[in-house]
Design a protein around this ligand. Structure first.
Ligand SMILES: CC(=O)N[C@@H](CC(=O)O)C(=O)O
Ligand SMILES: [Zn+2]
Length: 315
């Protein structure tokens, strides 16, 4: 009996309603172009037993080819913003967040979409990265494991953001299972074919997973290596807040490679090296991301850990 119990798969609801968001940041071109393509013709993203909706989340920012118009949409899905009244007086992205929440949510409710994929590009050399918001989301862990297996020998790492202070209120957080996809390096406002095609391929496998799950396939327990967001590291600054150093050449483009105490981290304009002083090995990511200068972030540190996903099967 005990052996039987251990083999029982967690029964989860089917993922019937799925959205693919592009243009949450209007200058991240792979997601914008893919979603525009699928809005024109959705055959590529249709799967049996699933309703898939491609959707441009910030059309004004896409039109201007800028990250946002008034405020960052991917920080706007807070309970305060989603419940505030004020209509035309509110920043554009706050109004847009409310609209998106009405269409795909309400966030946290049983009516919310099952899965939202949110497509992003980074200027950092991160390769393909899946963004996970909860270490307890076994559906997403299983999906990420499936994607990793399917794209091998290509690779796709998992960044877990459930940091109590650093977590932010994303567009995808409206769904029951939010999945971010971050692919780089790609400059802002630029479309690179290799980045576009990697993003497209990952989405294909993600949708295949959902189709198989809905068809009743059981996914056995597995372990997923994740990189848990740990710290945000700002550029060194003077008393006026101006940057006085750059990412060190030894660190530039070395996303996901171990950074140890004493390793070079920044290089000042007069040629001095500033070393990493933390405790123990970390894995830096979002190194020199263009959009993060305004957020006072030169890179983020992560720590590697293994998560166990339980077996799952549809209810
Ligand atoms: C470069 C970039 O925009 N990254 C995303 C990451 C995410 O979607 O969580 C952001 O800061 O919103
Ligand atoms: Zn983005």
């Amino acid at each position: 009996v005990s052996v039987d119990l251990m083999c029982l798969a967690a029964r989860l609801d089917e993922a019937r309603r799925v959205a693919i968001f592009g243009g949450t940041h209007g200058n991240e071109m792979s997601g914008v172009m893919l979603v525009n393509l699928w809005v024109q013709n959705n055959t590529e993203v249709q799967r049996k037993g699933v309703e898939v909706q491609p959707f441009i989340t910030n059309p004004k920012a896409v039109e201007k080819c800028t990250r946002y118009v008034d405020t960052d949409l991917n920080r706007a899905f807070t309970p305060e913003n989603l419940s505030t009244l004020g209509g035309g007086d509110l920043p554009y992205e706050v109004r847009r967040a409310q609209e998106i929440n009405r269409m795909f949510g309400p966030k946290g409710s049983p009516e919310a979409y099952d899965v939202i994929f949110d497509l992003h590009n980074t200027t950092s050399n991160m390769g393909c990265t899946l963004l996970l918001e909860s270490s307890k989301d076994h559906f997403n862990l299983q999906m990420m494991n499936y994607i990793q297996k399917s794209i091998f020998p290509a690779s796709c790492l998992v960044l877990l953001n459930e940091h109590p202070l650093l977590k932010y209120s994303t567009s995808r957080s409206v769904a029951k299972h939010p999945v971010g996809l971050e692919v780089g390096p790609q400059p802002q406002g630029v479309l690179r074919s290799n980045i576009f095609e990697s993003m497209r391929d990952i989405l294909k496998h993600a949708l295949d997973f959902i189709e198989l799950f809905n068809a009743g396939m059981e996914f056995p327990p597995c372990t997923v290596e994740v990189f848990r967001l740990s710290e945000r590291i700002d550029y060194p600054r003077d008393d006026n807040g101006n940057i006085i150093a750059m990412v060190h050449p030894n660190l530039q483009d070395c996303d996901w490679e171990p950074l140890n105490p004493g390793d070079p981290m920044f290089q000042t304009f007069d040629g001095k090296t500033i070393h990493y002083q933390g405790s123990g090995t970390v894995y830096p990511t979002f190194i020199n991301e263009a959009a993060y200068y305004e957020k006072q972030q030169a890179f983020a540190t992560t720590r590697r850990e293994s998560l166990v996903a339980s077996a799952i099967r549809k209810a």
